[in-house]
Design a binder for this molecule. Structure first.
Ligand SMILES: *[C@@H]1O[C@H](CO)[C@@H](O)[C@H](O)[C@H]1NC(C)=O
Ligand SMILES: *[C@@H]1O[C@H](CO)[C@@H](O)[C@H](O)[C@H]1NC(C)=O
Ligand SMILES: [Cu+2]
Length: 104
């Protein structure tokens, strides 16, 4: 094969690996709590919250980084984390519901 073919393949594989390695982590909102309460993810992974309660809930960043808005029963919200750090969040109508996303 020509060098250009190898170069093309290398770029293609790199893109493929980058896409494949970004994971989606599921957090259930159940019984008025986030499960898991703390999730550790990698940069560019996304977290998807799904409300499995009868009551409406939100996943609202404590520091204003994101806000899911009200999630009805069965509704989901997903966010990709592109910055390292520790991101605490809560549920707006139920401030006792707390969680943390740690991006490392
Ligand atoms: C829901 O949460 C309450 C209070 O934390 C606890 O007593 C109860 O066992 C939980 N129920 C389920 C099904 O997890
Ligand atoms: C995260 O994604 C952005 C945009 O696709 C990319 O430029 C960056 O290199 C990625 N970072 C990591 C650590 O994968
Ligand atoms: Cu709530």
């Amino acid at each position: 094969m020509h060098f250009k073919t190898y170069a093309f393949l290398a770029i293609f594989v790199t893109i493929l690996v980058t896409v494949v390695t970004a994971a989606q982590i599921s957090v259930a909102i159940e019984n008025f709590s986030f499960k898991s309460q703390t999730v550790k993810i990698r940069i560019n992974d996304s977290v998807q919250w799904t409300n499995k309660d009868r009551a409406g809930h939100t996943a609202t960043s404590d520091t204003g980084v994101w806000d899911s808005g009200m999630l009805a029963t069965g509704a989901s919200f997903s966010r990709t984390f592109t910055q390292r750090g520790s991101f605490p969040y809560h549920c707006a109508p139920h401030p006792g519901m707390k969680g943390t996303v740690i991006v490392e």
